[in-house]
Design a protein around this ligand. Structure first.
Ligand code: GLU
Length: 510
């Protein structure tokens, strides 16, 4: 049975989901799964002026790719409390704004944008900052300051907003799982707009009404929402509702450690900040995503998990299942978490190494097919097992080991000049003849043949091995040369060796 733990990820579809957003979704997911609770996706689309139509689908696709799917929510099936899209719930917010007016916790305001601007600039001239609050509200145009007739006229015209009447001189105290006891003074806060002139609620009203109605037990969100929380706390109180437990996650910092990680940092340092490629609907500019960069979803989640949380041991590599088991909200840290792309790549490699070869082989086969190269699964599986610890991303394999998927593109000429000895040409040919007689052409038998050859010839490994490598792969780097040879097969190896020796002796002798 599900527990009473219900958490939500509540993005605003104003653009692509930043990796910070995915981290928020992940922590909510982990907390829900760990506690047998429910994870919900709510789309907070009340700011109609900032809506980006493609963003909602992007958010859903990103959560699906990551493998952290909500049980209820837009794109994932309605639960008991839908709709999970705020623009479809406006009547509810209007009703609750009205109840706040009735209880004296909110009021209508009629000030025009110009009037508010004038107040702001007047205050600035005095070196002060205008705030719509207890000290100024009676000098403004609202249902508290104007007489009933005028108020009714304004309301009838439909030109109004509803503002919260922030209590004067109160201490607003709340517990935060990450930050412990948080205290704000109500006199520092203004009379925030709850319902806008277009009839849509602001974030604050919709967020509180929905968290209450959707029975959200824990609000886990980014630190940038901490300053909004005292208002939410007084709103819960004004409605007479219990408030959820809050947990505000630390910022993800730039690689240098100073300031919040932004889209620009990604472009500057050449790493993605979005889960999936994002094509800007206006400029058609594409911002790269982790998926397309070649990250395994689980590795991406692992990276995000470590940005602000650590396990009780010093462990760093986690599967999603392990994260669910080990995650504790209490272990989320207060201080910002510095993003390190090198570590991200390393984590991807760790996940690559622990993924089954057969799964990677299927992916590799598809990558090769895109290049019109058709290699069977058995071959791809052998390549993968040889290569996966030598790359950060699976998609590097076709180019990193191009000699396994076609002719050698180029030889490391510098190395050939260093290692190829014209006077050893006969020796090289003798070696070719030697291996030509091998019946079972596998890594073990090839290695044994090489060993016996150098013993017989009383030479060192260095006299022959680099030449073999250069002939079969073009380079001296890479996985075990015996494995490469087995994979290529005898006739291909013999042909590459003969071709290589000929080419080296004709072109690359010092
Ligand atoms: N809509 C807010 C956002 O875009 C949600 C903040 C919250 O979780 O309360 O992040």
């Amino acid at each position: 049975m599900k527990s009473a733990i219900r958490v939500r990820f509540a993005p605003s579809p104003t653009g692509p989901l930043h990796m910070g957003g995915v981290r928020t979704a992940l922590y909510n997911y982990l907390f829900a799964k760990k506690n047998n609770g429910t994870f919900i996706l709510r789309i907070e689309d009340t700011d109609q002026s900032r809506l980006v139509t493609e963003a909602e689908k992007y958010i859903i696709d990103a959560l699906k790719w990551c493998g952290i799917e909500p049980e209820e929510g837009v794109g994932f099936g309605d639960g008991e409390f839908g709709s999970y899209k705020q623009s479809e719930r406006t009547a509810l917010y209007r009703k609750y704004a009205d109840t706040l007016i009735e209880s004296g916790n909110a009021y209508y305001a009629f000030d025009s944008a110009e009037e508010l601007d004038a107040k702001r600039s007047d205050a600035e001239k005095e070196g002060e900052r205008f705030q719509y609050d207890e000290s100024t509200r009676m000098s403004m145009k609202n249902s508290l300051s104007l007489d009933k007739e005028e108020v009714d006229r304004h309301i009838e015209n439909g030109n109004f907003v509803i503002r919260f009447k922030m209590p004067a001189n109160e201490e607003i105290v709340f517990d935060d799982v990450v930050r412990d006891n948080v205290i704000y003074k109500s006199s520092d806060l203004d009379d925030k707009i709850l319902l806008k002139a277009d009839g849509f609620p602001t974030y604050h009203l919709a967020n509180v009404v929905d968290d209450h109605h959707m029975k959200i037990s824990h609000v886990i969100r980014g630190e940038e929402w901490l300053p909004s929380t005292p208002l939410h706390v007084v709103l819960y109180k004004a409605f007479g509702w219990d408030q959820p437990i809050f947990a505000h996650l630390p910022l993800i910092l730039k690689p240098g450690g100073k300031g919040k990680l932004s889209k620009r940092d990604g472009a500057k340092h050449g790493f993605p900040v979005f889960p999936l490629d994002w094509k800007d609907p206006d400029s058609a500019e594409i911002s790269p995503g982790y998926k397309e960069a070649g990250f395994i979803p689980e590795a991406f989640l692992n990276i995000l998990a470590l940005l602000g949380w650590h396990s009780s041991e010093d462990k760093e590599v986690f599967t999603l299942e392990e994260l669910v088991k080990e995650f504790e909200l209490e272990r989320v840290v207060k201080s910002g978490a510095r993003f390190d792309f090198e570590k991200a790549k390393w984590l991807n490699q760790q996940h690559l190494m622990s993924t089954e070869d057969s799964l990677l082989a299927a992916e590799l086969r598809n990558l090769l097919l895109e290049e019109q190269k058709d290699y069977n699964l058995e071959y791809c599986e052998k390549v993968v097992s040889m290569m996966k610890e030598r790359v950060f991303f699976l998609k590097e394999i076709p180019s990193e080991a191009s000699y396994l998927f076609g002719d050698i593109e180029s030889y490391d000429e510098k190395m050939v000049r260093k290692k190829f000895k014209a006077e050893n040409e006969a020796l090289y040919h003798e070696f070719i003849e030697d291996i030509n007689t091998l019946e079972n052409f596998n890594a073990g038998s090839i290695e044994a043949a090489v060993k016996s050859f150098i013993e017989r010839k009383e030479i060192g490994f260095g006299a022959i091995l680099p030449i073999i490598r250069l002939c079969v792969s073009g380079t001296v780097q890479g996985p075990s040369v015996f494995d490469i040879m087995e994979l290529l097969g005898k006739s291909e190896v013999i042909s590459r060796m003969s071709k290589g020796i000929e080419y080296f002796s004709e072109n690359l002798v010092n």
